[in-house]
Each structure stands twice: as C-alpha cells, then as structure tokens.
Design a protein around this ligand. Structure first.
Ligand code: MSP
Length: 511
C-alpha cells in the first residue's frame, strides 16, 4: 500500500441525540482525514455508533421502544449529523452489525486462547452513565446521599458472575509500552494521568455482565454479554476487516490515530492496548485526547436544557462557519466555551472581512479590469515576492501544526498570510494602477490570485464547501487542488467565472 493513514472518531453512544460535543470530535477528525488525502495519503476514516450496554437499553425502554428499533433510529440520526457536518468518513460502523459481532467473538476467543480470561464473580460499583467500574476510593458521597464517580455519574452496587480480563498482569508491560512510545497518548497532561493510573496498580477487569441482555453474547456462555467497552473498542479492528486478514483494509491496521475526548482516555490508552497485545494483535499508533466544550459558561446537560444541536447552528450559520469556529476558537487539547457572540465575532471578522473581502476584492478587480481573464505573471518586485513566499510556506506550516494537533495554530498561520495579502492590496492599490500602469496592475492582481489560491488550497480540509467555491471562482481545475499542484502555475488567459461573495455577515442579534 502507498503512504496510508487510518484514523477514527470514538463511536457515539446512541442513548440520545447528537450534540455539539459529538460534532466537535468528528469535525476535528475530518479535517485531519481531508488534510492527509490532500497531502497524498490513502486514508481510511472511520466513525460510527456504540449501540450496546445498559445505558442504551435503559434509554430504549424510556423511549418505549425495543433496543434494536431504538438504536436504528438514533444511529440514523448520527449518520445524518455526519452528513450535515460534511464528514468524509469512508465507513460508518454500528456495533449491532453482524461483522462486528463476529469480530468481537473472535477477539474473545483469542483472549481466551492466550489465557487472558477467567470466570469469577464481580462485586463492586458501576456507573451506567459512564459504563465504567469504579473503586470505592474513587467515589464521593454527596449531600443527597448519592455516591458518585469522579465524572459526577451516580454509581450502583453490582454483584454478579463475571468473566475477567487479567489486566493486573499487564501493569509492567503497559508501563514499558508507554515508555517506549512517549507520543502514544497526547497531550502530555493526559499521558501523565494514564501513567499514574497504571502505576497506582491495575486490577483485573470485569468484561462480562449477566444482569441484562442487550449486548454481544460471550462465546460458549450466552448467559453473559460482553462488557460494552470491550465490544465498543473492537469496532476499530472490525472495520479494518478483522478477523479476515485477507481483507484489503487489514493493511490499515494498526490505526495511525484514535481521536477521543478526555473522559475516555483510560479505555483507549490502558484497556485497549492491553486487550490487543493480550490477543497477539498490534496496538494502535497514537491517541489524541481533546477537551470539552461548555455552553455560555455552563456544562451542557439535558436537565439545564442547553444542549446545542449542531444542525441548528449549521442551518443558521453554515457548516463551514461552524467547522472553522470550533477549531479556531480553542486549542484542541483544552476545554473551551461556546458562545454565539464569539461565533459571530469570528465569522464577521475573520471569514467575511479578512478572507471573504480579500477574495472578493481581488476577483472583482479581475472581473472589471481584466475582462474576467486571469492575467499573466509579471516581473516580481520585493513586496510581490514576499507575499508569494509567505503563501508558498503555508503547506509546510499547516502540516507541522496539524502534526501536533494544533488546528488553531494552522489557522493562525493561514490568517497571517490573509492579512499580509490584504495589506498588500491596500499598498499596491491596483484600482489606482488601473489608471496609471495597467501592466503593473495586472501583475499585482496575479500575485493576489496566486496567494488566494494558496490560502484556499490549504483551507479545503477545514471548510471544504466554501473553499471549493473559492477555487471554482479562481478557475483552479479539480485536478490542481492538491498540495503538490501548488508548484504548478495556472495558465494566463483563462476566463474566470463571475465572482460571488462566499461568507455572509451576521448581525450580532442573529439567532
Ligand atoms: N461510546 C463511547 C466511546 C466508545 S469509543 C470505542 C462514548 N461515546 S459518547 O457519545 O459519550 O462520546 C463520544 C465523544 O463525544 C467523546 O470523544 C466525547 O469526548 C465527545 N463529547 C461529548 N460531549 C462533549 C463535550 N461537551 N465537549 C467536547 N466533546 C464531548 O464515550
């Protein structure tokens, strides 16, 4: 296979409708997937839904539906969200699909064959909301008499027969694994959390339940269903064809990157590599954990009624505007706050004014002064060369920023060029040159067209739809929109379509 890249979002619980937090994870992963494709990689980008377990079973019962009917409905809603956010996933996996049940059963059998599983009895605390087991020491007792996990989720006492995974025997091997792979889990604060969790001592993990039935049956013992996290994590290999090693997608394993939220790091950076290594399979290469959004200063929750439906924002502001804002506003590993005011400020200032006006001014001058035809490159003087160099540096800068998941830095790098191009157009004043020196005017406009092309090319992964429109207006053919094509000059004399504004302005009261 050529240079290839396999990346995933977490699979989303289908206990409720998709919200802005889910959209965020998917959008970030989508930008990376699109960037890698633009950069010449063969990409396999996976997303999907996590449909088993007690939490989903409960939500189905509350909705008065059988779990399969319920998950069919909510999974369709998540698929719809992905489409509306313009997520370019190559596959969408549902954990209720036969291919996934087969992969889970096979992984279980391999773990058993390697002596990693034994039957015992679980007695302890469980939080359905997190689908996680907790030790007594991790819990707090609230004034309301309810015991809670560190996440705030209430816990209940569970006592039932259970299969266990010998996680305790992986403590040293996991530490060694993390030492050898210092970039396995980032940012570094998350790595430190993981290391201290492992050092604090790993207990064997309960990996089956008998008190409900909505799950994948344990091979040979159908009174048990698999623990939903063992089932869910396995999705990443199911979609790569496991256990069919002849499947062309198996060449993508181990995955290059799992993108996850900060609350599910332990599952991905401790349990997942342990399960895989115990089954004789390769662990993934990297995990990056992003922060959480609050909304207008508050935690998002159904009870506060402030859960934001990303589709409503898309209907008002456009999907590229939302994609841009979420990745520009907050460094990816940090927590952030979503506010409409901040969104509108960025859309007006950065998209409509800075970028939109740059393209619009350049293209309308070409339309009016050059009969809508792309001018030839003229002799470069220092300011021309400076802008050309700044634009030419963008692919490497954006690549470097994205390699460290600094989406906001990548966008800052691009906006530095956008601002430089706006300063250039002000100084060169091609509208005045139209009266005094038409040859110089034409070369100035050509420098600008090329700079806007450079900017629009590297921004495609962030704002695919708007940048496609911008590249259309610049007359860039479909096969000249990759990073490699930026080295090739576009021919002079091509007729450009009439310019049209791309980014609308919003008044501060817009809903
Ligand atoms: N089903 C598990 C993942 C299994 S992966 C093998 C799960 N699902 S989830 O639906 O609860 O969350 C999925 C993703 O959405 C996580 O990465 C999580 O961090 C993200 N977000 C959910 N709410 C969020 C915010 N308020 N802000 C940012 N991201 C958040 O966990």
């Amino acid at each position: 296979m050529n240079k290839h890249f396999y990346l995933t979002t977490p699979i989303y619980y289908v206990n409720g409708a998709p919200h802005i937090g889910h959209a965020y994870t998917s959008i970030a992963a989508d930008v990376l997937a699109r960037w890698k494709r633009l950069d010449g990689y063969e990409v396999f980008f996976l997303t999907g839904t996590d449909e088993h377990g007690q939490k989903v079973e409960k939500a189905a019962a509350e909705a008065g539906l059988d779990p399969q009917g319920f998950t069919d409905q909510v999974a369709a809603d998540f698929r719809d969200m992905a489409a509306r956010m313009n997520i370019s996933n190559d596959d969408f996996i549902r954990t209720t699909e036969p291919r996934h049940k087969r992969a889970c059963a096979e992984l279980w059998r391999r773990l058993e064959a390697h002596g990693a599983i034994y039957l015992g009895h679980y007695e302890g605390w469980y939080a359905v909301r997190d689908e996680a087991f907790y030790n007594q020491g991790e819990l707090t007792l609230g004034a309301d008499g309810i015991r809670r996990a560190p996440s705030g989720a209430p816990v209940e006492w569970v006592r039932e027969p259970s299969y266990f995974f010998r996680l305790s025997s992986w403590q040293d091997k996991l530490l060694e694994f993390h030492e050898k792979n210092p970039d396995f889990i980032a940012p570094v604060a998350r790595r430190n959390e993981v290391l201290s969790f492992i050092r604090s001592g790993l207990e064997d993990l309960s990996i089956s339940r008998t008190s409900f039935t909505w799950g994948i049956p344990v091979p040979g013992d159908p009174a048990h269903v698999m623990y939903v996290w063992l089932d869910a994590l396995t999705n990443y290999i199911t979609a790569a064809g496991f256990p069919d090693e002849a499947d062309p997608r198996w060449g993508f394993w181990p995955a290059d990157l799992h993108i996850v939220g900060k609350e599910i790091v332990r599952f991905h950076a401790v349990y997942w590599p342990a399960f895989l290594m115990a089954a004789g399979l390769a662990p993934p290469q990297r995990i990056y954990s992003h922060g959480w959004w609050t909304v207008e200063g508050e935690k998002m929750s159904k009870s506060l009624g402030n859960v934001i439906d990303p589709r409503e924002l898309v209907a008002t502001f456009g999907r590229d505007a939302l994609r841009y804002f979420l990745l520009r506003e907050v460094p990816f590993g940090n927590d952030g706050d979503f506010s409409r005011k901040a969104l509108i400020t960025r859309l007006n200032g950065e998209l409509a004014n800075d970028l939109g006006n740059l393209a619009q001014r350049t293209l309308s001058l070409v339309a009016r002064q050059c009969a809508g035809v792309r001018p030839a490159r003229g002799a470069s003087i220092a300011p021309d060369q400076a802008l050309r160099d700044a634009a030419a540096a963008l692919p490497a800068l954006v690549r470097g920023a994205l390699e460290k998941f600094a989406f906001h830095e990548a966008l800052e790098d691009v906006w530095r060029v956008v601002r430089a191009a706006n300063a250039y157009i002000d100084h060169q004043a091609p509208w005045a040159l139209a009266r005094t020196d038409r040859a110089r005017m034409a070369s100035v406009l050509r420098v600008l067209l090329d700079a806007v092309r450079g900017v629009a090319t590297v921004l495609q992964p962030f704002m695919p739809e708007s940048m496609a429109r911008m590249l259309d207006q610049l007359g860039v053919p479909a096969d000249a929109r990759g990073l490699a094509a930026l080295d090739q000059d576009l021919p002079a004399g091509a007729a450009l379509p009439p310019p049209e504004g791309i980014f609308p302005r919003f008044d501060a009261l817009s809903r």
